[in-house]
Design a protein around this ligand. Structure first.
Ligand SMILES: O=P(O)(O)OC[C@H]1O[C@H](OP(=O)(O)OP(=O)(O)O)[C@H](O)[C@@H]1O
Ligand SMILES: Nc1nc2[nH]cnc2c(=O)[nH]1
Length: 245
C-alpha cells in the first residue's frame, strides 16, 4: 500500500512564502526581507477527554462561587460544554440544573481562506434562538443565579451581546412582575479565553466579582473542537500530535 503523506494548506503556504522571500531577497539584496509571523497558523485540537476534564476541573469553583440555578448555553458551541458541566454540577439529592439555550452566530466559514476550518468573524451577532422571558418558568428566575456557557471567548463580541441582552430582558421581566428590585446574577463559563485585545466587554461588576471563569487561557489560535470535526479520526490524530509536542 502506498503510504499517505498529509500536507496541510498552511505548510504549502509557508513553503511558498519562504521561497518567495528567498527569491525576492536575491533580487533586492539591500532590503531585509522576511516572512511576517502568521498568527492564524496555529490551531489547537482539544480532544473529547480534554474538553471533559476542563469542565470537571471548573465545576467545584462554579458550584462554590456561582451556585447556578440555571445554565444558559450559547449555541452551537456552548451546548456540549453545558451538558458535560451539568453532570459535574449535579449534587446528590438535588435535581439537575436545567439548561436553556440561546442561539447566537457571529462566525461563518466563508470558504475564502485556504484553511476551510478557520471561520471569519461577521460584523454583527445574529440571534437564531432566544428565551421567552415572559414564561412562568423564566419569571421564577428573578433573583436567582444564571450561568452562561460558551466554548470560546475570542473577540468577546458574542458574550457581550449575550450578557447585555439577557440583563436587559430580565430587568424588563422583573419590572413587569413588579419585582424590579430583584436582579439576576449572571456568571460566565468558557472552555477557552483567548488572550488578545477584545472588541467586546463584560460588565465591570462581573469581572470585579470574579463571575467570569475560563478553564484555559490560550494565545490567539484557532481552536477546532471535536464536535465540529467532520473527520474525527483526523481530529484525533491532530490532538495526539499536540499532546506529544
Ligand atoms: O468571542 P467571539 O469573537 O464573539 O467568538 C466566540 C463565538 O464564536 C463562536 O460562535 P459562532 O458565531 O461561530 O456560532 P456557532 O457557535 O454556532 O458556531 C463561538 O461558539 C462563540 O459563541
Ligand atoms: N471553533 C471555534 N470557533 C470560534 N469562534 C471564535 N473563535 C473560535 C475558535 O477559535 N474556534
Amino acid at each position: 500500500m502506498v503510504p499517505k503523506v498529509y500536507v496541510t494548506y498552511n505548510q504549502v503556504r509557508q513553503t511558498l512564502a519562504r521561497d518567495l522571500v528567498t527569491s525576492l531577497a536575491l533580487s533586492y539584496p539591500s532590503y531585509h526581507l522576511t516572512t511576517a509571523p502568521d498568527t492564524r497558523r496555529n490551531t489547537d485540537h482539544p480532544s473529547p477527554p480534554q474538553v471533559h476534564k476542563l469542565c470537571q476541573e471548573a465545576a467545584p469553583r462554579i458550584l462554590a462561587d456561582f451556585a447556578p440555578n440555571l445554565i444558559i448555553a450559547i449555541g452551537g458551541g456552548g451546548y456540549v460544554p453545558a451538558r458535560i458541566l451539568r453532570s459535574f454540577l449535579k449534587q446528590p439529592g438535588s435535581p439537575n440544573i436545567p439548561i436553556q439555550a440561546i442561539g447566537l452566530s457571529l462566525y461563518e466559514s466563508l470558504g475564502t481562506t485556504e484553511d476551510a476550518q478557520i471561520e471569519e468573524p461577521g460584523t454583527k451577532v445574529t440571534r437564531t434562538q432566544w428565551l421567552d422571558l415572559r414564561s412562568l418558568e423564566m419569571a421564577n428566575l428573578i433573583g436567582k443565579n444564571v450561568l452562561i456557557v460558551d466554548e470560546v471567548d475570542d473577540t468577546r463580541t458574542t458574550l457581550e451581546y449575550a450578557v447585555k441582552e439577557l440583563e436587559k430582558d430580565v430587568a424588563e421581566a422583573a419590572e413587569q412582575a413588579g419585582r424590579s428590585g430583584e436582579v439576576v446574577r449572571f456568571s460566565v463559563f468558557v472552555l477557552h479565553n483567548k488572550d488578545k485585545e477584545k472588541k467586546g466587554s463584560l460588565p465591570k461588576s462581573m469581572m470585579e466579582e470574579r463571575r467570569y471563569l475560563a478553564a484555559r487561557t490560550t494565545g490567539d489560535v484557532w481552536i477546532n473542537y471535536p464536535w465540529e470535526a467532520t473527520d474525527i479520526d483526523e481530529h484525533d490524530k491532530m490532538s495526539g500530535q499536540q499532546t506529544k509536542e
